[in-house]
Ligand binder design. Structure first.
Ligand code: HEM
Length: 463
């Protein structure tokens, strides 16, 4: 990497509308590419407020407003009805969508199973799954590799295989096919998903319910053989930790259905997000060869084999900075949406009952007031000794009590996988066609770009 004034890589971006969209334009944008819904002013001001289907739609950027909604008065805000309708078929009654006391209980019971102290147990699995993926990627011609698909397969292998010891070679393709079907047919929000009260079935909910039954049947099949194994004294994986998990106050554990919903939640919430963090990191490095060479200086000499991975992770400072910067430029969860239960005021902005409140990592991470060179790829922002990050303006994992429960594991996983890949290959783009971000459920590329992998011949770098 060059000096402070050196040119930085600036990834292509969607066209930003000059002014606020009409309702029809807004509805079209959230169905095709939600990143197009934010007008230029959104990246410059503290908040915007718009009428929205008889309610109010509010975008909050100021740190005190974000703090009010996600931390201080979080009980007044619940997940939006469209999010619940769309996600329920995938995650059932698990942690992501539960509310109130039920959420508190699930969170207290699940969080220790993914706490930082259990991460080394999981990293050993991550390193060996990545070694297998590298061996597969090393076969064949390497001339046009689809690294998006490769990262999705690997992240699913890690989510199912490493967290739950489920044989993903057999189940993985069916899981991916069902999730792809979901993405294609059930994930776009429709007008009625937003309009109808929670307790009324929207027309698409019927098909979503059918999907839910098929998805849960597949999960039951996947979990069946694993649960039939004799119990182990030492926890082997996250499933053993969840089976043993008890509410610290009541001693209550998960019922079989709750366990299944929790596994579905952790697989769904954890694998596509992490795959995208990896994809965007690889895309940025392939587009910025000096940054890739700078990263290879760090990973080249390290021993990242499964038995050493847990200890090596703290040395991957540049690698972690690249992942963090990829999560800034392309946060997989581009908005965190809430519905106000009762009136409130957040950072001086009145929030009426029923208001749809958006806190958008996509906007916050590129906000003109908070960041220097907001559209440029500069991992040095995240190196130790860099100026402190702007308060509550970097939220790839959300904030407050509902912050991502898997954040620590996700960062460690993405950092280790990226380091192993950069150690094994020089990664180039195989074409020069611009790639644009697109968001419906998550921030994905508008097309899967091709990459060319050049083997580094073992651990040693070629730059
Ligand atoms: C780079 C990867 C990831 C990103 C960007 C990400 C992002 C997020 C965000 C933004 C939220 C908060 C949503 C909100 O407040 O509305 C969240 C919640 C959650 N995430 Fe993640 N996540 C990632 C990886 C993971 C992993 C690996 C797991 C599981 C092992 C996981 C499980 C969850 C769960 C269960 C919740 C709901 C927590 C609650 O409501 O209490 N995530 N995630």
């Amino acid at each position: 990497m060059g000096e402070a004034e050196a040119p930085l890589f600036r990834p292509a971006n969607v066209a930003v509308p000059a002014r606020e969209l009409s309702l029809l334009q807004f509805l079209a944008a959230i169905r095709s590419n939600a990143l197009r819904m934010f007008p230029r002013a959104a990246y410059e001001v503290d908040s915007t407020t718009q009428p929205f289907l008889g309610r109010t739609r509010i975008l909050l950027n100021a740190p005190e407003a974000v703090h009010r909604v996600l931390v201080e008065n979080h009980r007044n805000y619940r997940r939006s009805r469209a999010s619940v309708r769309i996600l329920r078929p995938l995650v059932g009654q698990g942690l992501l969508l539960s509310e109130g006391d039920e959420w508190k209980w699930q969170r207290r019971t699940t969080a220790p199973a993914i706490a930082p102290r259990t991460v080394p147990l999981l990293l050993r699995h991550v390193a060996s799954a990545t070694a297998d993926a590298i061996a597969r990627l090393g076969e064949g011609t390497h001339e046009r590799v689809d690294l998006l698909a490769a990262m999705q397969t690997l992240a699913l292998e890690i989510a199912g295989g490493s967290m739950f010891s489920i044989e993903m070679g057999q189940h993985g393709p069916r899981v991916r096919a069902l999730l792809a079907e979901f993405g294609l047919h059930y994930s776009q929000p429709h007008l009625l998903d937003m309009l109808l009260p929670r307790w009324v079935m929207a027309p698409r909910d019927v098909a979503r319910r059918r999907f839910h039954r098929r998805w849960m049947a597949l999960l039951a099949e996947m979990l069946g053989s694993r649960l039939a194994e004799p119990a182990s004294v030492q926890p082997r994986d996250l499933l053993d930790l969840l089976l043993a998990a008890r509410d610290p106050d009541t001693g209550r554990g998960f019922s079989p259905t709750q366990l299944q919903d929790q596994v579905a939640t952790l697989i769904v919430a954890g694998h596509e997000t992490t795959a995208l963090a990896l994809f965007w990191s690889l895309f940025l490095l392939a587009s910025d060869p000096p940054a890739q060479a700078w990263l290879r200086e760090e990973v080249g000499p390290l021993d990242l084999r499964p038995e050493s991975a847990g200890a090596a992770i703290s040395h991957l400072v540049r690698t972690r900075a690249v992942v963090s910067e990829a999560l800034r430029l392309f946060p997989p969860a581009f908005t965190v949406v809430r519905e106000a239960i009762a009136p409130d005021e957040a950072g001086g902005v009145p929030i009426p009952t029923g208001a749809v409140v958006m806190i958008a990592p996509w906007v916050l991470h590129r906000h003109r007031r908070f960041w220097n060179r907001p559209d440029d790829f500069d991992p040095r922002r995240f190196l130790p000794g860099a100026p402190p990050l702007p308060r509550l303006a970097y939220l790839p994992f959300g904030a407050g009590p509902r912050v991502c429960v898997g954040a620590h594991f996700a960062l460690a996983e993405a950092t280790l996988v990226l380091a192993l890949l950069v150690q094994a290959f020089r990664i180039d783009r195989s074409d020069a066609v611009p790639v644009l971000p697109r968001a419906v459920v998550m921030t994905v590329p508008d097309r899967p770009p091709g990459f060319r992998l050049v083997s580094c011949g073992g651990a040693m770098p070629v730059s």
